[in-house]
Design a protein around this ligand. Structure first.
Ligand code: UN1
Length: 476
């Protein structure tokens, strides 16, 4: 059994849980300890105790540790990518790519920490100097989702440690293997005991203890809107600093003047790669009416030949859905879409492969209306809907008519429309002739409306969340 990592020691949990391969449910990836509330409290206390020394310690030591973590992740990307794909179900190239991305994130923050700077100004009062500096926040609770088992943890843990915070990390219950592998690498990176802690287990126990603890100063969370609200309801009233990354219902707008091949490829990748299980997935394809019939036909033809199979099998393009409950949710939305009157053009079939797994073929609903539930609620599966639009202005209105605001995209060869869309779309990220999902690691990530709360993740903007500003006045 793989253990939790608390105060520099590997410890059994109160119980353990099997990690199941969604491509082959007979394959158990491993057994992982489940922490209870008392153990979580120990991890929090350890982080608290380690904080003063880590916060004021050498930035070079932090940079070196992060750099070592990044190097090891990169050296082991094939092995860890395969582990990731085995437990989560994204394809092997996607799994390996995700580990490489985690490696680059650690390397990025290794360099970023030595660039941390403040400001010095003259006071408006004579003879006084004013300094603005950044200090670590304290103990940070990091709660991550199952769909990016190593990249999302990396992009929260790396900046947290870089800027001098201590970490209590609770990974998603479905994907402990990648989290454990990352924690094991961190445990050998030369970081003092207590600075980084791994507590695997249930949200209702481990997560809740982190949310409720007055010893946890900040919480960085990625997951559903419903869980995000629970995080806010628990930790908001005690004024914990919060960074919440939640759902999306991301529009991909396709205009009449789009390069059709580019647009279809953006939809295939953005809506269906990673089995559509990304908060950045393009789940609404908003298509101008002249090009609409050709676009949906070409897309459906392309989807029909995508290879849905075991995540680890060479040539697989779409892996399985992550587990039974997600599969049930996907299938219930297929039913909802049909009942709402959308036309299922292809996919949505539960298929069998060599081993028992949660295989679902990529589904495209045509002739959807933006008011349908399939166009308003996040499904988080290989299901997208196509919505016809009268013209560009109508497409933009539909694109913005949603409670979400994470990512968006437009396929067009018109500079005028691309520029207008970039300016007027109400999302945190927007793409021109590119898929809405699959982002760089060195620039800010985040959204608006119900998609995100708090300051941005990633890149140099991560400093906002993982530090607090101090203004000092000095009369020399
Ligand atoms: C991506 O599209 O490359 O949970 C990243 C998610 C996001 C990450 C998406 N936080 O899907």
């Amino acid at each position: 059994m793989k253990q939790n990592y608390i105060n520099g020691q590997w410890q059994d949990g109160g119980s353990s849980k099997p990690d199941i391969n969604p491509s082959n449910t007979a394959d158990i990836v491993g057994h992982y300890a489940q922490a209870d509330a008392a153990q979580t409290a120990l991890a929090i206390a350890a982080a608290r105790a380690a904080f003063p020394a880590w916060a004021t310690g050498s930035v070079q030591a932090r940079a070196d540790a992060l750099d070592r973590i990044g190097s090891e992740l990169m050296a082991r990307k094939d092995e860890l990518g395969s582990l990731l794909s085995r437990e989560e179900g994204k394809t092997l190239p996607e799994g390996i790519g995700e580990v490489a991305r985690a490696a680059y994130i650690f390397k990025f923050f290794a360099a970023e920490v030595v660039r941390l700077r403040g400001e010095r100004l003259a006071s408006v009062r004579p003879g006084i100097e004013v300094e603005i500096s950044r200090e670590p926040v304290g103990v940070v609770g990091i709660i991550t989702p199952w769909n990016f088992p190593i990249a999302v943890p990396a992009w929260k843990i790396a900046p947290a440690l870089a800027y001098g915070n201590c970490v209590v990390f609770k990974p998603a219950d479905l994907v402990p293997a990648s989290a454990w592998a990352l924690a094991e690498i961190i445990s050998r990176a030369g970081i003092p005991a207590g600075v980084f802690n791994l507590v695997m287990g249930r949200g209702s126990e481990v997560g809740q203890t982190i949310l409720d603890s007055p010893q946890v100063d900040a919480i960085s969370f990625t997951g559903s809107v419903a869980t995000g609200r629970r995080v806010m309801a628990s930790a908001g009233p005690r004024f914990a600093k919060l960074q919440l990354e939640m759902g999306g219902k991301n529009p991909l707008v396709v205009l009449n003047d789009a390069d059709l091949a580019v647009a279809v490829e953006c939809a295939v990748q953005g809506s269906y790669y990673a089995t559509g299980q990304r908060c950045t997935a393009s789940s609404r394809l908003i298509v101008e009416k002249d090009i609409y019939p050709r676009f949906i036909k070409l897309l459906a033809d392309r989807l029909a030949v995508l290879k849905v199979d075991d995540a680890l099998k060479p040539g697989t393009e779409i892996g399985p859905v992550v587990d039974q409950s997600q599969l049930d949710q996907d299938r219930s939305y297929l039913e909802i879409g049909r009942n709402e009157g959308a036309r299922l053009m292809c996919g949505g079939e539960r298929v069998k492969r060599e081993h028992d797994g949660f295989y679902l073929t990529p589904a495209l609903f045509a002739d959807a209306d933006n008011d349908m539930r399939i166009a308003r609620e996040e499904i988080f599966g290989p299901i997208a809907c196509a919505i016809p639009a009268d013209n560009y202005e109508h497409a933009l209105t539909l694109a913005n008519d949603t409670e979400f605001g994470l990512s968006s995209g437009i396929c067009t060869t018109s500079l005028k429309h691309a520029s207008h869309f970039k300016r007027h779309i109400q999302t945190g990220m927007t793409m021109v002739n590119l898929p809405t999902a699959g982002v760089d690691y060195h620039v800010p990530f985040g959204g608006r409306k119900s998609s995100s709360y708090g300051s941005r993740e990633q890149g140099s903007y991560a400093v906002e969340f993982f530090t607090v500003v101090k203004t000092a006045y000095v009369l020399p």
